[in-house]
Design a binder for this molecule. Structure first.
Ligand SMILES: [Cu+2]
Length: 147
């Protein structure tokens, strides 16, 4: 016949085992969560000597993406994406001057040492060129979006 102290010890063991199992349970649940909401990808494109660096970016369809543009040149530049953001939801922040047209985000002007952040999720796969449209600037690059 068990006495009260034996029951107490059994309960303590059960509680301790439950406590020790918790970290692995939390770990498992956070793994499931990250599958549903893939982590945000972050890409930095610097402008130096009239060049986008890097000039090719690889993104994934549906992945939340933060694209950071930094103008490290001593002159004004623009980032003009072709088709990438058409009818897409883009959050724009930073000290650049964004411009919007009837199809949404059109381009952003970046002053010297200016920085703009674009947060979005690519909608479809493909190869999307971008460039600077200021007179005489021959600057371009490509965003490659993969499934
Ligand atoms: Cu430029």
């Amino acid at each position: 016949m068990r006495n009260v102290s034996q029951i107490g010890i059994v309960m303590m063991v059960v509680l301790t085992a439950g406590f020790l199992l918790q970290p692995s349970l939390l770990f498992a649940s956070s793994g499931t969560r990250s599958e549903k909401n893939p982590e945000r990808a972050e890409h930095i494109v610097r402008i130096q000597n009239r060049q986008f660096i890097p000039h090719v970016l690889h993104l994934r369809v549906g992945q939340p993406t933060r694209l950071i543009l930094k103008n490290e040149d001593a002159e004004l530049h623009a980032f003009v994406p072709e088709a990438l953001f058409v009818r897409a939801n883009v959050q724009v922040s930073g000290n650049g001057a964004p411009q919007f047209g009837d199809q949404g985000f059109r381009r952003v002007l970046l002053p010297t040492m200016g920085q703009t952040e674009l947060v979005f999720a690519p909608k479809r796969a493909g190869s999307f060129p971008f460039f600077c449209d200021l007179p005489g600037h021959v600057m371009n690059g490509t965003v490659v979006v993969e499934e």
